[in-house]
Every structure is written in C-alpha cells, then in structure tokens.
Design a protein around this ligand. Sequence first.
Ligand SMILES: *Cc1c(COP(=O)(O)O)cnc(C)c1O
Length: 358
Amino acid sequence: MKYPKVEISADKIAFNVQKLIKDANDRGIELVGVTKGVLAHPQIIDAYLEGGLNYLGDSRIQNVKRIRDYGFTGKVMLLRAPMLKEISQVINYVDVSLVSEHKTLEALDLEANRLGKKHSFVVMVDVGDRREGVMPEDVDEFVVDSQKYENLQFLGLGLNVGCFGGVLPTWDNAQVLVELKSKLESRGIEVPTLSGGSTCGISIMYKEQLPAQINQLRVGEAFLIGNDSVREVKIPGTYQNTFRLTAEILEIKERPSQPAGEIGKDPFGNTPHFPDRGIRKRAIAAVGKQDVVINSLIPEDKHVTIEGASSDHLILDISDSQREYSIGDEISFDMEYGTVLFSMNSPYVSKEFYWNTI
Ligand SMILES: *Cc1c(COP(=O)(O)O)cnc(C)c1O
C-alpha cells in the first residue's frame, strides 16, 4: 500500500541537526535529539546521527527500545517520567530519566540495585506551564532528599514550557532554574545540568535570551521541520520543507457547502458549523483524522482549502483552483509538527525517505 504517503527529506533533517548543534555548542549548550514525533524511525535516527547528535531522547519506552534495537549505544533520555510498571525496561534501556516524584526514584533505585546498574535523573521543575514538575519552593528539599539513592545519580534540573499551559519560554522562567542551582550549590550539591526545555528554547537561544547557565535543550521540532510552533516562527538557517504528504482523490462533486438536516455531534464530540457559501466544488482525499491533524496541513495548491475531515476522508474545496483535478489524482500538502506526529505514527501512511534533496 503506497498512498497516502509521506516523503521525508532526511538530508535536510541532517542539515538542520548539524546547523543547530554548531550554534548551540558555540553557546555551551548540549542538544538531545528527540525522536518521539517520528516513532523513533531508523532513518530519522540515521539523519540525527549523520547531523552529529550522540544523545537521543524519547517520551515512550517502546521508542527507546526501538532506538536500542537499531543499535544506538549512546546516551538516551526518557522524556516522560517513568511509569512504575516499566521501571525494569527503563533501567535496562535508558541512561537519564526526568522525574518529579520520590516514589519513582525509589523504584528506580531498587531496580538499578537489583540489576547492578547505575541510572541518572534530572528533577523537573514547574516554572509556570503547570504540566509536570516539582514546584520551585519545594525543589531544595526534594533534591536534598534525593541524594540518598545509592544507585542513582542526580544530574540537575529541567523545565518544560509551551506544552500544556502554552506558557512561552523566557529569560525569567529559565532564570528560576539558575537561582535554584545556586541555592543547591551553596549547600554543597553539584548541579551540572540545567535542561532548559525544547524547541521553543532554541528560538530564545538565537535571541540571546537564554541564561548562560542553561546548558542543555531537548529538541525535536526544530530538527525535523525547522520550526517553533509555540512562537510560530521559523528557526533561522534551517529547512522547513522536510515532510510532504500526498493522498489520492476519491471523489469530486458539486454540492452545497452547508449540511442539510438536524445537526448533532461528530464522533470527536464537536458540533460542526458550516457557513452557507452556495454550491462548491468539493474533492475527497483518501486520508483522515487517523492520519493527520487538519489544522497543521497546508495544501501546496494555494487555491485549495481544507473544509474538514472525518476519520478517513479529507474534504477539500477546489472551486477556486486553476488545476483541473480528476479522480485518482494525487494532491500534496506541507506538514506542520502535529501532522508529522500523526502521520509518522499512522500505520496507514507509507513513509519514503530521500537523501538527495538538497
Ligand atoms: C517532546 C518533548 C521535547 C521536545 O519538544 P519539541 O517541541 O519537539 O522540541 C522536549 N522535552 C520533553 C519533556 C518533551 O516531552
């Protein structure tokens, strides 16, 4: 099965990696290559390694396993706190966990002891986004307590923004980590790593608005599509056109833009509303909400608009297009991060990698 398909310019991803590593290293920042958006696909790992990454991260233990099965022997970070039910695999495949609960640390310590292994951890701090992390006022005590685990090594502090609460990364919220670090160091606890967030940290790095003590960023989107979707800005000097989706057209018909009949909810819990735009020429492409996020899909034909989708059908308005579409034609789209994530995770979408696109 070939369609829908995603074409991936692996060489452009490798280029993005190389460019960002150089600019980050110039500022004393280490980068972790995040693979969760692409199911830790082997060819993306190739692109990351080709670009010079030697430290990878993923939020899912299954993807970490995939990274190890691929043969990667470098450092791997688990980006979501380990589940108690997966501790054994975490100790076996992961070097560094991001944690915010002592119960997790206790389980890691016990299992590391049992398997005769060492494990490292970064304590996550909630600097305002209100997803995970120890509250800043509790960090001191949390870290002091966490020195007792004999099989675990405390590496430092981490933050996340732009994920749940939509909080933007700033000098001030990164500075929270810097202040906590100096407090801990005054108590004799070394804090070698300050992990200052994700792609959105890259944007502020370029604006020189990242405190100098931040020495690590965990990056996916900037490598994969050269974009920061939190600030909706392109990362300077990188490629954006790295992923392209193509689907086949199944049907073309003129029909009223407005549904007729009593309106209930769609399967996703939304009540659809469509303005009356008269009779429009509509095409259906064979791809749906199981494979894409429609508001991060951009038709290459600028005169085509996406009207919506169901799980398997993408509804397009082609009335204003200059092209004469026919049944069986291919139609292509630029992909933003949300769609990249869904498509790479969808078994219905085939993936084609290219290494000669620059
Ligand atoms: C996904 C994730 C990242 C990477 O985010 P991007 O926006 O893709 O750069 C970094 N840290 C954590 C904890 C994550 O879950």
